[in-house]
Design a protein around this ligand. Sequence first.
Ligand SMILES: [Zn+2]
Length: 203
Amino acid sequence: MKNEFKKLIDISNKCASYQTKNLSKSEALFLLIDQEVNKLKNAGINFSFECGGIKYSLPLNIENIFFRPLFKMATHAKIKEANADDTHAVDFDVPVGTEVYSVSDGIVTAIQSDSSTGGNNKEFAGKDNYLYIYNEKENRIYCYRHLERFSNLKLNSLIKKGMLLGRIGLTGYVITPHLHFVIYEIDKKGKYLLKSIPIKFIQ
Ligand SMILES: [Zn+2]
């Protein structure tokens, strides 16, 4: 299945590269991605990802992903309100209601949980429910965006790896439901306080 996995990653990357330039070309690749994801699922392949030397489980259960492209590398250059560079963000396209799990231990350092508005319009930018989870030991912040309203967590809540954080909603600027996921390194001297780190999917 090594070749199938590589194929999936290649198509995903290609799909992502079309996102800002040619949306219809990007969407045409969704079907191919679905096929590849289903092949891997049917073969019982589980995959995870790696980021700067640390291995993680996916923040979503692959069983919940049906006929949707699994992921695409996002091209959001920056998130202004957080002084963050989002070059290496990943969008997981999944249905509304899909459960989101924490990939690490940490503490909630930024949160919005009471929004119920969103859609395909830039005016919804920043109206999404989100969580920023800080892990001091790793000097990393984990960001999860476009969640449904939730009330189980607040600022300074302690998070355990594998914990259910919330569910995917249609909040903020979204064309289709997805989890916007980023791993940041904190760079106090850099242009951006939060610098995204590349994520590599592995089998
Ligand atoms: Zn995104």
